[in-house]
Design a binder for this molecule. Sequence first.
Ligand code: PEP
Ligand code: MN
Length: 295
Amino acid sequence: MTANSQWNGQFSCFDLVAKTAECSHTIVHVGELAIGGGSFVVMAGPCAVESERQLLETAEAVAAAGARVLRGGAYKPRSSPYSFQGLGVEGLKLLSKARKQTGLAIVTEVMSERDVEVIAEYADIMQVGTRSMENYSLLEALGRCGRPVLLKRGMTARLEELLQSAQIIAASGNPEIILCERGIRTFETATRNTLDIAAVPVLKTVSRLPVIVDPSHAAGVRSLVPVLSRAAAVVGADGLLVEVHPDPEKALSDGMQSLAFDEFEDMMCDLRRYVAIPPALEDVRPRLLVAGGTH
Ligand code: PEP
Ligand code: MN
């Protein structure tokens, strides 16, 4: 922030999504589901929609284990043009079939402004990936899409920048936003990204928006996912976004970090006692709130 800006005042660059005396938190409603209203909402499914069988089996398994939202990319941001790019509209149709079959809500990624309309026809929640957090024309289009947005933190973005991106969506007409911490780039290579666990209490303190954690893209390996999920629950996250696959070794993307069905089920059981611990957020006063901001 600049020297004379205030996080919560008239100069604020994210006042529309800031926590205020009048509005301490927003609840994002997706059908019967309330995200940010005190319950811990787990969104789970494959990195990419690969086939009808893969998706429907996964949907059944994650629903039985207690997930409330099915994730799955139909449009995939891949760093190589030779990698699987996703099934596109075909993938969206499979997601909507899975919703019909299981009652799970659907979250799926939108990469381009061009695809907003078609994805909004099928999805319940529009996911903005880490690479798109600064795609401002996409954010503006999502402000008019009529669906809640799951906004992932850019892998090199500060929290203030994440909140500014949320502000763009809100200023474009859509206050239904869920923030997602998914790990950031640091010098550490032992994990795929560095999970910034402090992002959760910081965001929950300065912002009114629900905050979830994606332990899969932070970890990069499945063995770390359950313990990072525990951490997310304990620091007060409103939920998780987790990758699950019927046969992770054969996944077309992100198999190494995807949980098998039994591992996901075990994790969901394990998480119960951590979710029950009330987060200690009363005295959190992040630097973002201190006069002079973060610089
Ligand atoms: C994903 O959720 O599959 C994904 C591509 O995530 P991210 O944008 O965080 O890399
Ligand atoms: Mn993935």
